[in-house]
Design a binder for this molecule. Structure first.
Ligand SMILES: [Zn+2]
Length: 320
């Protein structure tokens, strides 16, 4: 394996970790080291790229999504297309991705969202491009998601797991019973295509993806073994989840993040891994509890349309 060389005195190390430890000898912080010896600048503002960790630093061209957006706006169509395509090929190569990145994946890295790709590559442009680049498409474009009467009979109920601490309120009948996984299911599994929904507050999500990670993976595997689909529905806006470290005291009036060590980068890294590794799992961030209840009923009664679409994209476009 290649040695890692200290740029200050030429000393060689086996791992980055050893080099990072060695930097103390030079009384230099990691951020300062990389910014001095591997300077990278925001393409739009020309400011030095902010250092969060080595991988993020070396793979980021912008300090904010706003800068990315502004830069793209100032470029020719050709360059815009080339840049967007490169974001995808780069990640495919570096991460060994199989499936076209979902909206949640794109929105949590420095990339334009799927709508932007469709804007510059034409309707359905994103999935077409992904397929040309060798990704497998789990989802396809859609026009409208409608609840059909045959899927929405009044006798169909929503099952709520007995362990669900804060059940949502629905407009239809409910029944509390023990579910093998998830917190919500539909009484007619054929109509819902065996969809289970796991509801999470923002602090639940952070807890699950840090300390509760192993347990969570076992739950996902249990669902997979039972041919079920699992939608992880987070009762928070995507943007708020991405910046939860700036909202340390409360969210929606609830006390949350008292001692959160995990960073949003760490949490979303795991979210992206789960999405790529488990094609039967989707993450969806909805704006609050009322919205979450509405979206659950819509998912259960749309005649399985939810299975073929990227739920976060549909939600972002106001179609879910
Ligand atoms: Zn050194």
């Amino acid at each position: 394996m290649d040695k890692v060389i200290c740029k200050i005195d030429g000393e060689a190390f086996d791992t980055d970790k050893e080099l990072h430890k060695h930097l103390r000898k030079h009384k230099m912080r990691m951020a300062e080291y990389y910014q001095t010896y591997y300077p990278r600048y925001d393409l739009h503002t020309k400011d030095i790229i902010k250092f969060k960790n080595k991988e993020q630093y070396l793979n980021t061209d912008f300090n904010s999504r706003t800068n990315l957006r502004m830069w793209l706006k100032s470029q020719s169509e050709e360059i815009r297309k080339e840049y967007c395509q490169n974001v995808l090929t780069d990640r495919k190569e570096k991460k060994g991705l199989i499936y076209s990145p979902t909206q949640v994946e794109l929105r949590s890295i420095m990339s334009p969202p799927i709508q932007y790709y469709n804007e510059i590559f034409g309707w359905d442009g994103y999935y077409k491009l992904c397929s040309e680049l060798g990704f497998k498409n789990k989802y396809s474009n859609f026009q409208e998601i409608v609840s059909g009467a045959e899927y929405d009979k009044p006798e169909y109920k929503i099952f709520i797991d007995t362990r669900e601490q804060k059940p949502l309120r629905f407009s239809r009948g409910v029944e509390v019973k023990t579910l093998k996984f998830g917190d919500y299911a539909f009484s007619n599994k054929t109509v819902s295509c065996n969809c289970y929904i796991e509801r999470k507050s923002l602090s639940d999500l952070i807890g699950t993806l840090s300390g509760g990670y192993e347990r969570f993976i076992r739950e996902i595997e249990r669902a997979e073994e039972n041919d079920a689909y699992l939608v992880i529905l987070v009762e928070a806006k995507f943007y708020d989840a991405m910046y939860f470290n700036y909202k340390v005291k409360s969210y929606n009036g609830q006390k949350v993040f008292k001692k959160v060590k995990a960073t949003p980068e760490f949490i979303f890294h795991r979210v992206r891994n789960l999405i790529q590794k488990h094609p039967r799992v989707q993450f969806l961030f909805a704006n609050g509890r009322k919205e979450s209840a509405r979206v659950i009923e819509k998912i259960f009664t749309c005649g399985c349309a939810w299975k073929k679409i990227d739920l976060q994209l549909a939600y972002d476009q106001g179609e879910l």
